[in-house]
Every structure is written in structure tokens, then in C-alpha cells.
Ligand binder design. Structure first.
Ligand code: ADP
Length: 644
């Protein structure tokens, strides 16, 4: 038997802090009006936003939904009125001798025709409505997903570091599907329900001595409304409060089916731990949720009992009037139908309003995400253009940086100049700040202090997209695309028409050509087995070679390799550096590498420690200095010698 894994504790697990539901509440009675104003104002603002989303998708969807809601409002009342008239006529004509011809010419027959025409129209429109709503739903989903994708490309990398923002992005993306159209349909459903409700109330008011029954039925529904609303609100609050647990559940269940994780999970026997952690998160989420569901259910059972008793009394009273001859059978059907419909409509009104309310609150995620203001943007109205294809000078002036939401400077007072055509190697232990320096240079983040100059101008004054095109970069966590091998290289410069010759040259230079050409479909071979049965899985080293081909293929002026050679053997690494040297044709290159043998031919080596530059110079100069670089290099060289 496997030992019981420890869940929810252990010295290394972070404490489960109490999350905040993020919904402001009034603290004093005097704040209540202002709070209500905010709630109602916010509600309409969000509703307007949803309407706008649907309008952008296609005005016809909005018009159609409005038409359907009006139709749905009037038609049931119309149907009840005809049915009652038919019954009354039948009662009036009961026992009279009529022949077939007279019956066909009678008002009853005409009304039956109208009644069935109504039913046919209703049935047809019902189908048309459901088909059109589904089609409209699909279009709205596409529209919102595209909107999110277009926005996502403009979100600063820094935003992804904030769990709160990332959570909103995840929620917005997840709920893009059904929420908006569901909320708008429910809103327009409210219009139909209101039309029906008012019409049936009018019917009851016009019947002698029945007006008060409408009021009683509505009054009986009020507690139900209060309960539904209260619990919807509690529900939303609870979901927000427990959003961390819900994300944890997604995370743990995602881990268990993640192809990249399966090896570690099996070999370290972590599956049970994560299954238990899923359950642990579920228990925390479920305990409160179950209480809410049972609480709401219990209240509704009580209210349903009360409303049934009241209905029963009214039905008996109306039936009694038929006996006394005050009203006819058709009127009985109309009035009891009106009472049932009023109760039904009030309950629909309540549940739809809460769906709308809930929907508008969730739409908040999307609104926050869409309102995000990009900071990585040019500072000046007419951004500068990069002089592509020319040599560049890059200067770091007193650059310091700390990641948003953190307290520690990861880079401190960096001063450095890269002259045209320079080959720079960044050296330093893990966490020294090498990747961060590259992220600042490529303007994925802006410095907290100081500035970076490109050809004498602040990086922040350049057109961002144009600036990005200047760099060919391979990060440690470079992209692996489930597309063909050729496309994986072509993505290095998607703006360039795919040139077979150039593509092959790039693959040749990185050494990827060798394995790609051995594939059955060559460059057209699909990679990864996510979508294609005949997709090919590459090894870590093969993926790296492919990523390097991508950098070779790009027409960049500055080539950056952030430890891209980690999964390559020493021979392949040396070969790639040699290729780079041959192919760089005066381009500036920046390498981050742990194997210092690659640094020997660099024109400049910068040694970083705890975010500061501690040494700078070429291999010879730094060796002579006998400082940190000398120490690191000698240790590695000694290890290599020992290995031999
Ligand atoms: P290197 O590339 O030299 O190994 P990095 O530049 O990746 O180092 O990281 C430098 C420091 O910055 C590390 O202490 C790391 O924990 C921190 N860091 C890296 N990325 C982030 C981030 N997104 N948010 C907060 N801290 C970060």
C-alpha cells in the first residue's frame, strides 16, 4: 500500500491564505445609497458593453434577438386569449343542433384556424430562433476571441507576471464563449417576460373581482426574488473568493494530462501527490459551494409550498364562479392560465435577472483586460524607425531594473557600450540577471532607472514592432510550434516570403538540415503529435537547432542566443558558434553561455554578479586580470581536462 501522501501541509508548502473576493461593500449605512448607485451604474455599464460586443459582431444579431423577445412576449398571451374564446364559444354552442356547413361557417371554426395558424407560426419561429441564436452565438464567440487575441499581442510582458491580471485574462478567455450571448439573450428574455407579465396582469384586472389576486401572486413571488438574488450575489462572491482554488484545480488536473510533465510525474511518483492536491483544493472550494446550493434549495422549497397553496385557493375560487354562472369555462382557462403565467413569469424574471446580473459581473474580467493600457509603446507621437541592415551602437546608461510587484533590483547601475559588429558574451551564475538584461535590450520591459540608447536615441522612442524586427533572439524557453519543420524556420521572419533556398541555408547553418532532410516529408513534415498522427517528435537538441535556424533565417541586425546550446553536445555547440562567426557578416551578436570555451573568441565579455557588472573585457584581458572570469574559466577548463 502506498503511504498516505501529505496534503495541505508540509514545511515547504506555502500557507493557503484567505483570498479576497474583490467586490467592495459599504462599511457604514450612509454609504449604502452610494454603493447601490455604483452597483446599478456598473450593471448598466456592463450591459451596454455586452450589447456593444454583439452589435460589433453583427447588428442583425441584435435586431433578431429584439424581434424574438417581442414576439415571445406577445405570442403566449395571444394564444391564451384565442384558446379561451374558443372554449367560451364551445360552451355557448353546447347542445345546439348544427350541420357541418353551418359549423364550417361559424366563428368557432374561424378561431380554430387562427389558433392553429398561431401554433404553426410559433413552432416554426421557435426552430428558427434556436438555430439563429446558435449561429449568432458562434459568431459572437469568434468575435470576442479575436478581440482578446488582438489585445493580447499588445499586453506588456510585465502584466503576465501579475497573478491577478493573469487570472482575469484566463477568466476572460474561458468565458468568452457563452457568457455574453447568454447574458444578452437573458436580458432580452426579461423584456418578453415583462410583456407577458403585464398583459396577464391586465387580463386579471379586467376580470371582475380578480385584480387583487394578481397582486397576491406577485407578493408571494417577492421572497423568491430576494432569495434568488441574494444567493446569486453570494455565489459570485464565493466564486471570486475561491478563484485561487478553482485555478489550482485546473492547474493540477492540467498537470496530470500534460504531455511534457508525464515523464517526471511517473518517475518521481508525483501523480498521487497532485491528485491529492487537486482534491484538497476541491474540498476547500466544495465545502462552501455545497452550503450555498443546499441553503438556496431549502428556501425555494418553502416558498414553492406557499405559492402552491395560494394558487390552489385561487383556482378553487375561479372554479366556483363557473359553477355560479358568473364566468364561462373559457374564462376559467384564461384566468387560471393568467395566474399560472404570472407566477411563472415572475420566477423567470427573477432567474433571468440573476443570470444577467451574474453575467455582467463576469464580463468585468473581459472589460479589465480590454482596458489594459500598454506601457511598452513609443513615448513620442512620431516614433523613430530603426535603420535596418546597418551596423548599430547600443549603450546602457545607469540601467537598473526590478520586476513589477517586487522589491529587489535585479539589475543595478549597468553601464555598457556595444559598438557595431561587436560579439558580446554575457557570463554569470544562474540568477545573475543575464536574461533580464536581454529582455531590457529587446524592450520587452523598460528599465526602472537609466536608459538604453540605440544609435544615440532612447529605445523608448522607436516604433516597437520595427524595433522587435531588429532582433533575432532565441531564449532558453524558445518556441516549439506544432507546425511543419519548414514553417518553424520561416517563423523567424514571417514578413518575408518563404524562400526555399534561404530556408535550407538557415537549416544547413544550424545543422538542422541533416535530420529534417531524413524525414519522409522533408521540410513539410509536421512536428509534434498534437494534431497529426504522422507528426514527428524532436529531441531537445534537434528543437534547439531548429530554433537556431529560425534566428539565422531572420533578417535581424542583432543576433541573441540566450543559452540556446544547453541541450547540444560540446561539438555541436562549437560548430554553431563557428557558423555564427562565419555568418554574422558584421552583425552584432550576444551570447549567454555557461560553456566559457565559447567566450574565448568574443570581442567583449561582460561578467554579471547579483545584477552588477563586475568585469568587462576580452578573454585575454580578463584572464590576465585573474578575477571572477579567470576563476570560472579555470574551473571549467580543469574539469574538461579531468574528463579527458
Ligand atoms: P539569469 O539569466 O542570469 O539566470 P535572470 O535574468 O533570468 O537570470 O533572473 C535574474 C533574477 O530575476 C532572478 O533572481 C530571478 O528570480 C528574477 N526574475 C526573473 N524573472 C522574473 C519575473 N518575471 N518576475 C520576478 N522576478 C524575476
Amino acid at each position: 500500500m502506498r503511504p498516505e501522501p501529505k496534503v495541505g501541509g508540509g514545511p515547504f508548502r506555502p500557507k493557503q491564505d484567505r483570498p479576497n473576493d474583490g467586490i467592495p461593500r459599504p462599511e457604514r449605512l450612509s454609504q449604502v445609497p452610494q454603493y447601490l448607485g455604483q452597483v446599478i451604474g456598473g450593471f448598466f455599464k456592463r450591459l451596454l458593453y455586452i450589447t456593444q460586443l454583439v452589435w460589433e459582431t453583427g447588428p442583425w444579431i441584435l435586431f433578431f434577438l429584439i424581434f424574438v423577445s417581442l414576439f415571445n412576449g406577445f405570442m403566449p398571451v395571444f394564444g391564451s386569449l384565442i384558446s379561451s374564446r374558443v372554449l367560451n364559444e364551445l360552451q355557448a354552442g353546447f347542445g345546439q343542433s348544427v350541420d357541418r356547413a353551418l359549423f364550417l361557417a361559424s366563428p368557432i371554426f374561424a378561431m380554430l384556424i387562427v389558433l392553429f395558424s398561431y401554433r404553426i407560426i410559433n413552432a416554426v419561429l421557435d426552430r428558427v430562433k434556436s438555430a439563429t441564436t446558435r449561429i449568432a452565438g458562434e459568431r459572437v464567440v469568434r468575435h470576442i476571441r479575436l478581440k482578446i487575441m488582438h489585445k493580447a499581442r499588445k499586453i506588456d510582458l510585465a502584466a503576465y507576471d501579475s497573478p491577478a491580471f493573469y487570472e482575469k485574462l484566463e477568466n476572460a478567455n474561458r468565458e468568452a464563449g457563452h457568457r455574453p450571448i447568454q447574458t444578452l439573450s437573458a436580458t432580452l428574455g426579461l423584456v418578453s417576460t415583462m410583456i407577458g407579465l403585464i398583459s396577464y396582469i391586465v387580463i386579471l384586472f379586467r376580470a371582475p373581482g380578480m385584480w387583487w389576486s394578481a397582486l397576491v401572486i406577485i407578493a408571494v413571488s417577492v421572497p423568491s426574488a430576494i432569495i434568488t438574488f441574494t444567493y446569486r450575489h453570494k455565489n459570485v462572491r464565493y466564486m471570486r473568493w475561491r478563484s485561487k482554488e478553482r485555478r489550482q484545480m485546473d492547474y493540477y488536473s492540467g498537470l496530470m494530462v500534460n504531455k511534457d510533465m508525464v515523464k517526471e510525474l511517473r518517475l518521481y511518483d508525483l501523480s498521487d501527490t497532485f491528485i491529492d492536491r487537486y482534491d484538497d483544493a476541491f474540498e476547500r472550494y466544495y465545502k462552501g459551494m455545497r452550503r450555498l446550493i443546499i441553503g438556496e434549495g431549502a428556501w425555494h422549497v418553502g416558498i414553492a409550498l406557499l405559492s402552491s397553496v395560494v394558487n390552489c385557493v385561487f383556482f378553487a375560487m375561479i372554479a366556483y364562479r363557473v359553477f355560479t354562472g358568473e364566468i364561462m369555462i373559457g374564462d376559467y382557462s384564461l384566468l387560471t392560465g393568467a395566474l399560472t403565467s404570472i407566477a411563472g413569469n415572475v420566477s423567470t424574471l427573477i432567474s433571468s435577472s440573476s443570470t444577467v446580473y451574474e453575467g455582467t459581473l463576469f464580463i468585468d474580467n473581459l472589460m479589465t483586460f480590454m482596458d489594459y493600457e500598454q506601457t511598452i509603446a513609443p513615448r513620442i507621437a512620431t516614433p523613430l524607425k530603426v535603420r535596418h541592415g546597418e551596423p548599430h551602437t547600443i549603450v546602457f546608461e545607469h540601467v537598473s531594473f526590478r520586476y513589477p510587484g517586487t522589491e529587489r533590483d535585479v539589475l543595478k547601475d549597468i553601464n555598457m557600450t556595444l559598438v557595431p559588429g561587436e560579439s558580446l558574451v554575457l557570463v554569470g551564475l544562474n540568477g545573475a540577471g543575464k536574461t533580464t538584461l536581454l529582455k531590457l535590450l529587446t524592450r520587452l520591459y523598460d528599465p526602472t532607472e537609466g536608459r538604453i540608447l540605440l544609435d544615440g536615441q532612447d529605445l523608448r522612442d522607436y516604433d516597437v514592432q520595427d524595433l522587435y524586427r531588429m532582433f533575432g533572439i532565441i531564449f532558453q524557453d524558445f518556441g516549439k510550434y506544432a507546425e511543419s519543420a519548414g514553417e518553424n524556420i520561416h517563423f523567424g521572419n514571417i514578413h518575408k516570403m518563404a524562400q526555399t533556398q534561404e530556408l535550407h541555408e538557415a537549416a544547413e547553418a544550424s545543422g538542422a538540415a541533416e535530420f529534417i532532410e531524413a524525414f519522409p516529408q522533408g521540410y513539410a513534415t509536421p512536428l509534434m503529435r498534437i494534431f497529426e498522427q504522422d507528426g514527428i517528435e524532436l529531441s531537445g537538441g534537434q528543437w534547439q537547432k531548429l530554433a537556431i535556424s529560425r534566428a539565422f533565417y531572420s533578417d535581424c541586425d542583432v543576433l541573441i542566443l540566450d543559452e540556446p546550446t544547453a541541450a547540444l553536445d560540446a561539438l555541436a555547440e562549437q560548430e554553431i558558434y563557428n557558423q555564427f562567426d562565419r555568418l554574422r557578416r558584421g552583425k552584432t551578436t550576444i551570447f549567454v553561455s555557461h560553456r566559457l570555451s565559447s567566450a574565448t573568441m568574443a570581442s567583449k565579455i561582460v561578467v554579471l554578479e547579483y545584477g552588477r557588472i563586475i568585469e568587462e573585457g576580452n578573454h585575454r584581458a580578463l584572464m590576465d586580470r585573474q578575477g571572477r572570469y579567470y576563476e570560472l574559466f579555470s574551473t571549467q577548463a580543469k574539469r574538461y581536462r579531468e574528463d579527458i
